[in-house]
Design a protein around this ligand. Structure first.
Ligand code: PGI
Length: 447
């Protein structure tokens, strides 16, 4: 049996997000978010599920941290619920909300677990949405004010920061495809929102620097790999557009100060012109200390004039699929990580999300999720391959510690290494928990 040894200082972690695990949506002074509204709107979430209770981690965080301690993680990536801090989005601060995150962060530090804080993981205060949401530049300023408060409040306790989780999901999945809150279907709106999200990110990074907060800051784009079905120029260009939409559109502005011209033109040709104001790109291109990469699946793509806005379609090559229907292809993980390193250089990378939907239930007190172990093994091996190829990866954080509220799929889709019984809220460690515990303990992978 061969072993892949990870670097001495390589970090291992687990990730969650506030709306997906906390519950207690009307407790502790929290105000409503767009996901409260969306999940309570009939037809938006499978089975009419919502995050009202979720995993009840608002009350059970100590139990969750005990699981992390047993697992042996160095890092816990969580998100702060903006409407738990500013119930109206701006203005009056909810002290109970701050106190909750202080209790949680203090418990992590007591257990030798480093908190990695995502400031925005999709739960925009509804009051701000009522004023136009991310389409309104005032929301950019509100995000900076919210970020500043959290920076100051947790300075010295939290030293790893992510501004925005997956701006592609916040803009395009939520305002063009319409699958997520607030559920608009307007490409021009989504393009404008994507620009405002990058502006919010850049201004928050600038404020972080101005305040001289100790620690490092980045953001967490979701990425994919689209392998051309053939070397026909049409297929190659179609895949370039697919990657350009999800990867280059968000990384180019931060690392080069410009949007990829081929995508600007493509959006303009689809009646979605990019509107940039003087000075915007200067804000956006604030240097970051690291990138958080969220990767789940890759596809083989080919040109199809009827293939939606980008005229690209996914080709089923017979890869195994997850229980949410995504293709399993660890090679694509290696390909996109080396693509990012080749294009954007030595910037440190944390894998801030990688995991799989496997819906196995509890049998005789355990969950035999061997398919999740196989997926994690293949993808952590791809991380090792990327490291060997010179990609500057500093850590791997799996999604997720717990089964949780999987957005429009509700509770039907399980990504956790710990099973949650949503009736009793009982946590059950899956086989993948014990497998990952061993990987972390040795910081090596048997291959
Ligand atoms: O879908 C699993 C996880 C979510 O639970 C996380 O909150 C979110 O950060 C996240 N992003 C992705 C990849 C992008 C995506 C998200 C949701 C639906 C389709 C694609 C997968 N996931």
């Amino acid at each position: 049996m061969a072993y892949i040894q990870f670097p001495e200082d390589f970090k291992w972690g687990v990730a969650t997000a506030a709306y997906q695990i906390e519950g207690a949506v009307r407790q502790g002074g929290r105000g409503p978010s767009i996901w409260d509204t969306f999940s309570h709107t009939p037809g938006k979430v499978l089975n009419g599920d919502n995050g009202d209770v979720a995993c009840d981690s608002y009350h059970r965080y100590e139990e969750d941290i005990a699981l992390m301690k047993e697992l042996g993680v160095n890092v816990y990536r969580f998100s702060v619920s903006w409407p738990r801090i500013f119930p109206e989005g701006t203005g009056k601060v909810n002290k109970e909300g701050l106190a909750f995150y202080h209790r949680m962060v203090d418990k992590l530090l007591e257990n030798g677990i480093e908190p990695m804080c995502t400031l925005y993981h999709w739960d925009l205060p509804q009051v701000l949405q009522d004023k136009g949401g991310w389409d309104n530049r005032e929301t950019v300023e509100a995000f900076v004010a919210y970020s500043e408060l959290i920076f100051k409040e947790f300075s010295g306790k939290i030293k790893s920061w992510l501004t925005i989780n997956e701006p592609w999901c916040v803009s395009f999945l939520s305002n063009f495809i319409g699958a997520h809150a607030p559920g608009n279907q307007d490409l021009a709106l989504a393009v404008n929102i994507s620009h405002h999200l990058l502006l919010a990110h850049g201004k928050a990074v600038a404020r972080f620097r101005d305040l001289d907060i100790p620690g490092k800051i980045g953001f967490a784009p979701n990425v994919t790999w689209l392998e051309p079905y053939s070397r026909d120029q049409e297929d190659v260009e179609a895949c370039r557009r697919g990657m350009g939409w999800m990867v280059d559109w968000f990384l180019d502005p931060i690392f080069t100060g410009t949007y990829p011209a081929f995508m600007v033109d493509w959006f303009a040709a689809n009646q979605a012109p990019l509107q940039i104001k003087d000075g915007d790109m200067e804000w956006i291109k604030q240097p970051v200390d690291f990138i958080g990469i969220n990767y789940y699946e890759s596809n083989v793509g080919r040109h199809n004039p009827q293939g939606g806005m980008l005229e690209v379609e996914s080709v089923d090559m017979g890869y195994k699929k997850t229980d949410i229907g995504w293709f399993i292809n660890a090679e694509g993980f290696y390909n996109v990580l080396t693509f990012i390193a080749d294009k954007y250089g030595e910037i440190p990378i944390y894998i801030t999300e990688n995991g799989i939907c496997i819906n196995d239930g509890v049998e005789d007190g355990t969950v035999n999720d061997q398919r999740r172990i196989d997926y994690l093994k293949g993808h952590i091996a791809a991380v090792a391959r990327s490291l060997k190829s010179g990609v500057n990866i500093k850590g791997y954080i799996t999604w997720s510690l717990l089964d949780n509220f999987e957005w429009a799929e509700g509770y039907s889709k399980r990504f956790g290494i710990v099973h949650v019984n949503y009736r009793t809220l009982e946590r059950t460690k899956k086989e993948s928990f014990f497998w990952y515990q061993k990987v972390i303990g040795n910081s090596w992978l048997e291959v």
